[in-house]
Design a protein around this ligand. Structure first.
Ligand code: PLP
Length: 375
C-alpha cells in the first residue's frame, strides 16, 4: 500500500543524494589540517587521491582535474586536432558534445545500441579520413564496448577518448573500466557515486600523455617555469575536495554493492511491466550512476512522471532529447534512429546510496499502481 492511499505524507524519495563519508569526524580533521597548513589546492591530498584511484581504473597514471567536462576538453584538445572529426553517440549527456565543440573539432553522430551505448558498427560506418577522436560513453555506469572501439580507433589512426563520467567502479567482465581508451575521463561531482561536490580525473595510456595532460591542466605549462607550450586551462583541484573524495573512497566498495542491490530490487519488482531498465550485462559491474527506465510506450512518460511526483518520487528526464534534436546542433549533425527512439522513452528514477528498501519498494509500487490502474 502506498502512502498516498494511507493519507500519510511521505518524505520525498530523492533522485540522487551523495553519501557522506562514514567517518565525518575524520574528514573534519583533514579539513582542519588542510586549512591550518595553508596549502589549499593541488597538494598532498590531490596527489594521494590520484594514487588511490589508480587501482580502481586499471593502474594507469591518473590526473585529477576540476570537472569531467574540463578533463574531456583536456583529452580531446591534446589528442585531437582543430577542424578534425570526433565521433560521438547520439544519446548521452550534453557535456560529451560540448567538449568536442570546445576542442574545436567537428562532432559527427553515430548511433547507439538498445542500451544506449555507442554501437561499434555505427562508428565504423561514420569513420572518414578526417576522424581523429572516437568518444564512447559508459552511460549510467554501463561499460561500453571500449575494447572493440579501441581496435577500430587504432586501425584508423584515431584516438579513443572515453567519457567515463558515470563509471568509477564499473567493470568490464574481466577488468575495471578506465584502461581501454587513450584517455578515460571520470567525474566525482555530487550526482556521481563518489560524490565529492565537483571534480574529476583522467586516466592516461602512458607517461607521455600524462605529462601532456598535466601541462594542459596547468595553463599549458609546468609549475615553476614561466613558459607555456600550447593550449591550456587551470584545472587545479582544491585539497578539501580531494580529502572528501579520499574519505568517500574508504566506503566506495560498499556503496557500489548497495547500488547493485537497489538495481536488482528494482529489476525484480518491475518484472513484467512494459519497460526496460539500464543495467550491466552478465559478468559486468555497473556503478549505477543512474537508474534509467525505457518505457515501451513513450506516451506513458508524462502521466507516469505525474503519478510518481504525486507519490513524492523525484524523476529526471536525462537524455530525453536526442543529440541531433538539440537546438545547438540543429542542421549540424545527421539524425539517428535509435538515439531518438531511446530519448523519447527515457526516464530516470531514484538511485543513490542513501535509498532505503522501503523507498525502493515505494517507487516500484507506484509504477505498478500506474500500469495496473491509474493509466
Ligand atoms: C556523460 C557525462 N559526461 C560528462 C559529464 C561532465 O561531468 P562534470 O559534471 O564533472 O563536468 C557528465 C555530467 O554529469 C555526464 O553525465
Amino acid at each position: 500500500m502506498t502512502s498516498s492511499t494511507t493519507g500519510t505524507k511521505r518524505a520525498t524519495v530523492r533522485i540522487n543524494v551523495p553519501l557522506p563519508p562514514h567517518d565525518i569526524d575524520a574528514f573534519l580533521a583533514d579539513a582542519r589540517q588542510i586549512i591550518e597548513s595553508g596549502w589549499l589546492a593541488g597538494g598532498e591530498h590531490v596527489a594521494a587521491l590520484e594514487r588511490e584511484l589508480e587501482p580502481w581504473t586499471g593502474n594507469r597514471p591518473v590526473i585529477a582535474v576540476t570537472t569531467a567536462t574540463n578533463g574531456l576538453i583536456a583529452a580531446m584538445t591534446t589528442l585531437g586536432e582543430p577542424g578534425a572529426e570526433a565521433i560521438v553517440p547520439s544519446y548521452t549527456f550534453l557535456a560529451t558534445w560540448q567538449t568536442v565543440l570546445w576542442s574545436r573539432m567537428v562532432p559527427v553522430v553515430a548511433d547507439v545500441d538498445e542500451r544506449g551505448l555507442l554501437d561499434p558498427s555505427a562508428v565504423a560506418a561514420a569513420i572518414t579520413d578526417r576522424t581523429r577522436v572516437i568518444v564512447p560513453v559508459h552511460l549510467a555506469g554501463m561499460p561500453a564496448s571500449t575494447d572493440k572501439l579501441r581496435d577500430l580507433a587504432r586501425q584508423n589512426g584515431a584516438a579513443l577518448v572515453v567519457d567515463a563520467a558515470h563509471a568509477l567502479g564499473s567493470r568490464h567482465a574481466d577488468r575495471p573500466v578506465g584502461a581501454d581508451g587513450d584517455a578515460e575521463v571520470f567525474s566525482i561531482s555530487s550526482t556521481k557515486p563518489l560524490g565529492a561536490g565537483e571534480g574529476g580525473f583522467v586516466t592516461a595510456r602512458d607517461d607521455e600523455l600524462e605529462q601532456a595532460l598535466r601541462r594542459f591542466a596547468f595553463y599549458g605549462g609546468r609549475p615553476g617555469l614561466g613558459d607555456t607550450y600550447g593550449p591550456g586551462l587551470n584545472l587545479r583541484v582544491p585539497e578539501l575536495t580531494a580529502a572528501l573524495a579520499r574519505r568517500n573512497l574508504e566506503r566506495f566498495e560498499a556503496q557500489l554493492e548497495r547500488r547493485s542491490e537497489i538495481h536488482r530490487r528494482y529489476a525484480t519488482g518491475m518484472e513484467g511491466l512494459p519497460l526496460r531498465l539500464s543495467g550491466p550485462l552478465a559478468g559486468q559491474r555497473s556503478a549505477h550512476k543512474d537508474q534509467l527506465v525505457w518505457l515501451d510506450d513513450p506516451a506513458d512518460r508524462s502521466p507516469l512522471v505525474e503519478q510518481l511526483t504525486d507519490a513524492a518520487v523525484e524523476t529526471r528526464l536525462y537524455h530525453s532529447i536526442a543529440i541531433p534534436d538539440l537546438t545547438a546542433f540543429e542542421g549540424r549533425v545527421s539524425s539517428t534512429d535509435r538515439g531518438r527512439d531511446l530519448a523519447k522513452r527515457t526516464l530516470a528514477i531514484p538511485m543513490h546510496g542513501r535509498l532505503t528498501d522501503d523507498e525502493v519498494d515505494h517507487v516500484v509500487d507506484t509504477m505498478h499502481d500506474y500500469f495496473q490502474g491509474g493509466r
